[in-house]
Design a protein around this ligand. Structure first.
Ligand code: RB5
Length: 149
């Protein structure tokens, strides 16, 4: 699978470890930074990864900051993105089954590396449950625009 991965300084070490892990499992992984522990702004990386995911249908994004929260909020600003923070495998599984998430976000300072691997494995291996009610709900989300009733 084509995966775009990125982090800020708070997720830098986890991003590098996850990249190696995902490559070892045969994925095509593109690392969009950051490339050092120097402090940077997570929205910049969230935008880069999110834009790549929307430009390449079928690809997925993995974003890591200190908590996963800022990356989730920022990535969801890009049209077509459904980004969700996950702290366990169940959240990752449901994000795919019910929400058709295309980006997962993780906390480099809040989640252990072994759990992060399990979360990403679940995110990448779970299909969207293509049932009418889930399709309808996802469509409603994607049609929402700021301020529109
Ligand atoms: C950076 O210190 C930290 O705020 C960031 O990594 C992230 O946790 C934001 O949500």
């Amino acid at each position: 699978m084509q995966i775009y991965i990125g982090s800020d300084h708070g997720g830098y070490e986890m991003k590098n470890s996850l990249k190696d892990y995902l490559v070892s499992k045969g994925n095509d992984v593109t690392d969009l930074g950051c490339f050092s522990t120097d402090s940077i702004d997570y929205p910049d990386i969230a935008r880069e990864v999110a834009e790549k995911v929307t430009e390449n249908p079928g690809s997925r994004g993995v974003l890591i900051c200190g908590t996963g929260i800022g990356m989730q909020i920022a990535a969801n600003k890009i049209p077509g993105i459904r980004a969700t923070v996950a702290t366990d495998e169940h959240m990752a599984e449901m994000s795919r089954k019910h929400n058709d998430a295309n980006v997962i976000t993780l906390g480099g300072r809040t989640t252990e590396m072994e759990m992060a691997k399990k979360i990403v494995d679940k995110f990448l291996s779970t299909d969207f449950e293509n049932e009418e009610r889930h399709v309808r709900r996802v469509e409603k989300m994607m049609n929402m625009k700021n301020g529109e009733k």
